[in-house]
Design a protein around this ligand. Structure first.
Ligand code: AMP
Length: 214
């Protein structure tokens, strides 16, 4: 089963994708994670994308489609979860073509709906474990009092350079201008289902599970 998690920054796509990996053995493909990896490796491409990401703008379709094409060549027994990709109509067309060439298809596109003010509050409070990537939030899921990650015991936590209000406003603008047209695109294909993304993590997982098992 191949699915897309669609939604604005901070909607909880990464958190839900990690759950699906654990529960269903699916493979998470996050272009944001791939780009952060590229920038920390200091490659020419990494240097080019770092500034764009920090400004909260989208990197070019060519770069992200290339990254995804490389990963799709690998095996995903349990299917792929596309997290943060596609973000433009060009990327959506390219994904359709790549899957078709592999004799595969998209099974569902889940739109996670959260209002903007909640996103700002969520994102400015967000951090992740530097070791395993577990996501924490000062308001809803604080780092345990003993300072150790509840998943792996790691003691280093990171905040993303672009998780500040200025970058977030720009990322939201990019979402509405370039990514939200995908809602209509996938709706027209009959692939789209919306879920309320504002609830507790377990509630949102339950809503996603209901869509995937329908
Ligand atoms: P994310 O971790 O998904 O919030 O992505 C962080 C940043 O990486 C975004 O603000 C963009 O600058 C860049 N990025 C991630 N995925 C894409 C994509 N599919 N297309 C263009 N830029 C992307």
């Amino acid at each position: 089963m191949n699915i897309i998690l669609l939604g604005p920054p901070g909607a909880g796509k990464g958190t839900q994708a990690r759950r699906l990996v654990e529960e269903r053995g699916m493979t998470q493909l996050s272009t944001g994670d791939m780009l952060r990896e590229a920038r920390s490796s200091g490659t020419e491409m990494g240097r080019k994308v770092a500034e764009v990401m920090d400004r909260g703008e989208l990197v070019t379709d060519e770069i992200v489609i290339g990254l995804i094409a490389e990963k799709l060549a690998g095996d995903a027994g349990g299917g792929f979860i596309f997290d943060g990709f596609p973000r433009t109509l060009g990327q959506a067309d390219a994904l359709g073509a790549l899957l078709e060439r592999m004799g595969q298809k998209l099974d569902a596109v889940i739109e996670m709906r959260v209002d903007d003010e909640a996103l700002v509050a969520r994102i400015t409070a967000r951090s992740t474990c530097g070791n395993c990537g577990e996501v924490y939030n000062d308001l809803t899921k604080p780092i345990p009092a003993d300072g150790k990650c509840s998943k792996c015991g790691g003691t280093e936590f990171k905040r993303r350079a672009d998780d500040n209000e200025g970058s977030l406003r720009q990322r939201l603008m990019e979402y509405y201008k370039k990514t939200s047209p995908l809602i209509g695109y996938y709706y027209a294909k009959g692939d789209l289902t919306g879920v309320e993304g504002l609830g507790e993590i377990d509630e949102v997982s339950g809503a996603i599970k209901a869509v995937l098992d329908a």
